[in-house]
Design a binder for this molecule. Structure first.
Ligand SMILES: NC(=O)c1ccc[n+]([C@@H]2O[C@H](COP(=O)([O-])OP(=O)(O)OC[C@H]3O[C@@H](n4cnc5c(N)ncnc54)[C@H](OP(=O)(O)O)[C@@H]3O)[C@@H](O)[C@H]2O)c1
Length: 334
């Protein structure tokens, strides 16, 4: 049994904890928080051992009457691997602690590429991560674009990929930064970092991206365009997407006319309304003059969760990436 610590029980951490609990080869050793708020209380109610991410804040939990098992260091002593889900940029400092305790770690896309030797998307480069000490699971947008590019390249050679990332301004729970009343080129100077980040996973892909932030919290949307170097029929791509568990084909005729409708669907069929798949509009898939165009939507809070589970197996030396992906998909119900 792989013992997994989750350092940071926020948007990503709580979802990774629940996904880890579903696996028969791993268990949650504990989760950390800095604040004794409702999320900390819920973690205990779910049966997770709660630890203080910052030693000096241990008594804040005790004052609130929340049972804490100790500090991050004590959690690390009980772990084979830690999934760092702390706020973006905190991972680099935390890495020094993990190294001190000799614990392998999975970092998230908010960290710089050089935090780990492998920037990871399971279907693209699982084998590169096997046995590593540190892995960075890339951001939600990068995960979504990388998965899709890998699928298109399994059908046809491609030239340049161009994508516009229409970004949700903030997550639904973020009452400090949003919502915004604006369409914000983000960044104004081109290109955006997303394409560069895709190249951290697939260095040979010729990709340029731009990005804008819009006043929504639900999902991101990608307008994708590929130069095709050979023939590919729209139907061929549709078939492959239909058979890939981490892809969800949606159609406007079924009521999927916007990200709001996708989230409404997910609220009915999924815990938390989470969508771990890329949502690709089947009716947007178009090949014109040697170029492929399509729209896909990405649920930023959920898409990286299966990748984190696979990253844990890869770190622990499990070599069969396809078997890991299949197991993760099955346990999540994909
Ligand atoms: N949210 C997304 O859409 C998304 C998507 C893909 C990747 N990511 C990446 O995932 C990572 C986590 O993002 P998030 O959205 O889950 O953040 P979040 O919701 O703000 O959660 C961060 C968690 O870390 C805890 N924390 C705060 N300071 C800490 C510290 N010094 N050490 C350890 N934990 C600490 C927080 O605890 P308290 O609340 O108790 O302070 C909170 O539980 C980032 O790298 C982000 O870029 C996020």
């Amino acid at each position: 049994m792989i013992k997994v610590g989750i350092n940071g029980y926020g948007t990503i951490g709580k979802r990774v904890a629940d996904a880890v609990s579903l696996q028969d080869d791993m268990e949650v050793a504990g989760v950390t928080k800095t604040k004794p708020d409702f999320e900390a209380e819920n973690a205990i109610k779910k049966g997770y051992r709660l630890y203080s991410a910052i030693s000096e804040r241990l008594e804040v939990f005790e004052e609130k009457g929340l049972k804490v098992e100790g500090t991050l260091g004590e959690l690390l002593e009980r772990c084979d691997v830690v999934v760092d889900c702390s706020p973006g940029g905190y991972g680099a400092k935390n890495k020094e602690i993990y190294e001190r305790y000799g614990v392998k770690a999975v970092f998230q896309g908010g960290e710089k590429k050089n935090i780990a030797p492998v920037s990871f998307v399971a279907s693209c480069n699982y084998e590169k991560a096997v046995g590593a000490d540190f892995i960075r699971v890339v951001s939600c947008n990068t995960t979504g674009m990388s998965r899709l590019i890998r699928i298109v390249t399994s059908l046809v050679d491609i030239g340049r990929v161009r994508a516009t990332v229409v970004r949700r301004a903030v997550d639904p729970k973020d009452d400090r930064k949003g919502p915004i009343n604006a369409i914000t080129p983000n960044p104004v100077s081109l290109p955006s970092h997303h394409g560069v980040d895709v190249q951290s996973v697939m260095p040979d892909v010729d990709i340029v991206t731009t990005a804008v932030k819009v006043p929504t919290t639900l999902m991101h949307l990608h307008s994708m365009n590929f130069d095709l170097k050979g023939d590919m029929r729209e139907q061929d791509l549709i078939e492959v997407l239909r058979n890939d568990a981490r892809m969800m084909l949606i159609h406007s005729e079924d009521g999927f006319t916007s990200t709001a409708r996708i989230i409404e669907y997910a609220r009915e069929v999924r815990d938390r309304g989470d969508i771990w798949e890329n949502c690709v509009w089947e009716d947007s898939i178009s090949v014109y003059g040697g170029e492929l165009y399509l729209f896909q939507a990405i649920h930023q809070e959920a898409i990286v969760v299966p990748e984190n589970v696979d990253a844990i197996r890869a770190l622990m030396g499990f070599e069969d990436g396809d078997a890991s992906i299949e197991k993760t998909n099955r346990t999540l119900g994909l």
